[in-house]
Write a protein that binds this ligand. Structure first.
Ligand code: SPV
Ligand code: MG
Length: 531
């Protein structure tokens, strides 16, 4: 329901309703969370929170800015304490327009002079000319575009020491001018002004009160009088002053936080009030999949016997291309993409793999097993939104970017330009061959094997792939199945993918180049050139 309609309903309802003071976005959120159906945008509190006096020292546009924050972060209506309307009827018109634009549901104006003085300061404050004030009310009502916008006329007669007769005369005039409700203010410590007014008024318009000074009057008394709306006008501001003073004094005296930590709101509570949860879910919806929620597994257990002396003491993942260990390049590329949760499966010469910030899992059987078993030991790190890579490949940022932004529960990167060499290669057969014209077609893996018939080969798996949550579950289930097989320890990644491709869709992302398999001295030289 529109905020204006909510406020109008409250004012018109038969029940006694309550609104609570707020003075900024944060306190507005607190009021809404407490369960209140509306907010009083108190002039006293808003000015005090700015550190200035309640004498229109803050300009009306500065007040408007505060209101905009309050309105943006809440779903309940705000009734603004509009003081005297910040000028004459013309200023009032502009105020109403600006309030409506900011979804502020209503405004209360008081029959005093600009610049106003708070009702509890001094005695016998001069009142506005009655007819001039009626003009302001009419101007406000004529300006509002939304029929439900609420204009409350506030009677300061009792505050200024006038009697019931004069207050009543003005009340009738403001009613006739089109006010939606009247706020009858009193600074007595008992409700006698209000009692007298209500007796005579007889329910012609809804009545609003601010029982700051007659706070000990039981609320039921107001109910019985037929009051429509009670404003608790400044109690959040006052409570915050007391709490802040106590905290500041304690920390100042202690030169420590130890005695306050348990007595104040947690930082998590601040995040909650700021709506951090909403941002988190919006990020999931709107941000290109950032690495934040991703993790990576690098399968880096093998020695790489082919490299002879180069890998006598270190695993091949630590071979340097252009002076940088392959694994370091991979970690770097993951970090650049925002993926900081990186698990490296170590095996041969595991002590040599020690990079800051990485997690490690060890494949103790590295000498007699292949990369699939390394993945199996890292099973707990297959969480969903996980990138998995062989530890002996280099790839360009855009390849990883395309992979993590791709749809598909399980996606693998396949180079359509594969070579047929003596080295072990994960050849793939897909349902759609690579073609320039089919660049945005969805492609699925049919089979992966090192021994595919050449004619059916559509490319080579580069050793880089990803899973989302569903994909992770499918992979874990497949690993579970395969691990029952006797020859499990000798199975390869190709066996996993062929198994998966039978059960579920394995999406293929074609690339041409932009990666390198550092599998021979020759490749290593090329890798240096690629960097
Ligand atoms: C305010 O909250 O600013 C009010 C109410 O106008 S009172 O302070 O009681 O005047
Ligand atoms: Mg005020």
């Amino acid at each position: 329901m529109k905020k204006t309609s909510q406020l109008r309903n409250m004012i018109l309802s038969k029940d006694l309703e309550f609104i609570m003071e707020a003075h900024n976005g944060l306190s507005a959120r607190v009021v809404e969370e407490a369960g209140f159906k509306g907010i009083w945008g108190s002039g006293l509190s808003i000015s005090a929170a700015m550190g200035v006096r309640d004498n229109n020292e803050a300009s009306w546009t500065q007040v408007l800015e505060v209101l905009e924050f309050m309105s943006d972060v809440t779903n309940i209506p705000i009734l603004l304490d509009g003081d005297t309307g910040y000028g004459n009827f013309n200023n009032m018109r502009r105020l109403v327009s600006k309030l409506e634009q900011r979804k502020v549901a209503g405004v209360c104006i008081e029959d005093k002079l600009f610049p106003k003085t708070n009702s509890f300061v001094g005695d016998a404050q001069p009142l506005a000319d009655m007819d001039e004030f009626c003009g302001k009310i009419k101007a406000a009502k004529d300006t509002q575009l939304d029929d439900d916008f609420v204009v409350v006329a506030r009677l300061e007669g009792f505050i200024s020491g006038w009697g019931l007769k004069d207050v009543m005369t003005r009340a009738k005039a403001y009613h006739a001018a089109g006010a939606d409700a009247l706020l009858v203010h009193s600074k007595k410590s008992n409700p006698s002004d209000i009692d007298a007014f209500m007796k005579e008024w007889g329910g012609r318009l809804p009545i609003v009160i601010v029982p700051t000074k007659y706070y000990s009057t039981p609320t039921d008394h107001f109910r019985k009088l037929g009051i429509s709306l009670v404003i608790w006008a400044n109690h959040n501001l006052r409570s915050s002053i007391k709490a802040m003073r106590a905290t500041s004094a304690r920390i100042f005296a202690d030169e420590s936080l130890i005695n306050v930590e348990g007595t104040i709101a947690t930082v998590a509570d601040i995040f909650h009030l700021q709506g951090a949860d909403e941002l988190e879910s919006a990020e999931k919806r709107y941000l290109p999949t950032s690495g934040k929620s991703w993790n990576a597994i690098v399968l880096a257990a093998s020695q790489g016997e082919k490299f002879g002396d180069l890998t006598r003491d270190i695993p091949k993942t630590l071979l340097k291309a252009n002076g940088v260990p392959i694994l370091a390049s991979q970690i770097d590329i993951f970090n650049r993409m925002g993926i900081t949760d990186v698990t490296v499966v170590r095996g041969f010469a595991k002590e040599a793999i020690a990079f800051p910030g990485i997690k490690t899992v060890d494949n103790e059987d590295h000498a007699s097993t292949k990369e699939l078993y390394s993945l199996f030991v890292a099973c707990d790190s297959i969480k969903g939104n996980t990138v998995i890579s062989y530890g002996d490949i280099l790839f360009k940022d855009h390849v990883l970017h395309e992979l993590i932004n791709s749809d598909g529960d399980i996606s693998i990167v396949v180079d359509a330009d594969c070579e047929f060499t003596d080295s072990y290669t994960d050849f793939v057969q897909n349902d759609v061959p690579y073609a320039r014209s089919a660049f945005d077609r969805a492609v699925a893996l049919k089979k992966m094997s090192a021994t595919l018939d050449r004619a059916s080969v559509n490319g080579e798996f580069i050793g880089l792939w990803k899973v989302n949550q569903r994909g992770a579950a499918a992979v874990k289930a497949a690993l579970g199945r395969l691990s029952q097989e006797e020859k499990f320890k000798s199975l390869r990644m190709a066996d996993l993918f062929s198994d998966l491709a039978r059960e579920t869709r394995v999406s293929v992302i074609y690339t041409k180049g932009a990666w390198m398999d550092v599998d021979s001295i020759v490749d290593l030289t090329h890798a240096s050139e690629m960097q």
